[in-house]
Design a protein around this ligand. Structure first.
Ligand SMILES: [Zn+2]
Ligand SMILES: [Zn+2]
Length: 291
């Protein structure tokens, strides 16, 4: 007896999830929602509103018919609509990733807090992983550690700055980085075009490696212990996520202090009012006793 998993096209090896691009959303959308009113005074659905019937009938309104598939709300599976936003906004699903990324960027010079040789490593590792070479992508780390003798020196310059006048020391570092770039690029070309090794057949292994490589990169630029930017040496401003907004931690602290002061004032006032009330009650008691 055979089983379904033995049939090639029924065996699932990998499932990936991603979000739609703007163009894909527009392409699958049947309605552009432009009206902020959903129902008129008689309870009828307003076209191009949130309940436009081209997206399907509203649950509970059994008499409404979907204007796209012609079915009632029991049978219609619903159809997509979209709203064009006037400004770019953060996708709430990615707040955590954004938060981590923003914490790795200097608010003064806007540069990501990671050394140039790590950027090169990530670039070529991803190139190899895209082509399906997992082991070879990891091997790049060994090549890097063999090629760069003093990685701490290569912190202040970025790869590709060749129109800027460089000091002798910086010029040396740039030359080292260019050599490193050549070495890594040569290795990638040899692996991908050389045909001496074959790509990984399991996509899940490659996907896991991709996640690990990106995680490790983010960890390198996540400057929890750094007080100053490695490029412009200005103090690092921390960002925190509050009520769906990224706020500078320092500013927030000042605001909190202000709030505390306000609370103190309020407490002071309350205490004064309380004292006055107690005094009046005491006097009233005295007056009643005197009578
Ligand atoms: Zn429908
Ligand atoms: Zn900076």
């Amino acid at each position: 007896m055979g089983s379904y998993s033995q049939v090639e096209h029924t065996r699932i090896e990998d499932i990936g999830f991603r979000i739609y691009t703007e163009d894909e959303i527009r392409h699958i959308s049947l309605v552009e929602v432009t009206n902020d009113e959903s129902f008129n005074e008689l309870g009828h659905i307003i076209p191009s509103g949130l309940y436009d019937l081209r997206m399907g009938p509203v649950p509970g309104r059994t008499k409404d018919i979907c204007q796209t598939c012609g079915k009632t709300n029991l049978r219609c599976q619903g159809h997509c609509g979209h709203i064009e936003l006037p400004l770019p906004v953060y996708n709430p699903f990615f707040y955590n990733v954004l938060n981590k990324t923003l914490r790795g960027i200097c608010c003064n010079c806007h540069r990501i807090q990671v050394r140039a040789h790590h950027v090169l490593l990530l670039k070529y590792q991803m190139q190899l992983l895209d082509a399906g070479y997992g082991y070879e992508a990891l091997e790049l780390e060994n090549i890097l550690s063999r090629s760069i003798s003093s990685p701490m020196e290569a912190t202040e310059v970025a790869v590709g700055i060749d129109d800027k006048e460089l000091s002798q020391k910086d010029a040396g570092i740039v030359a080292d980085l260019m050599n490193l770039k050549k070495t890594l690029s040569k290795y990638c070309d040899k692996v991908i075009r050389g045909g001496t090794c074959s790509p990984e057949t399991s996509t899940s292994i490659i996907k896991n490696l991709e996640t690990e490589v990106v995680k490790s990169f983010i960890k390198k630029c996540y400057y929890s212990d750094k007080k100053r930017c490695i490029f412009c040496h200005q103090s690092i401003v921390r960002l925190t996520l509050q009520n769906s907004r990224f706020i500078r931690s320092g500013v927030n602290k000042k605001e909190k202090d202000k709030d505390k002061d306000k609370d103190k004032d309020k407490d002071g006032q309350t205490e004064e009012v309380e004292a006055e009330r107690e005094e009046r009650e005491e006097e009233g008691g005295k007056w009643r006793r005197e009578i």
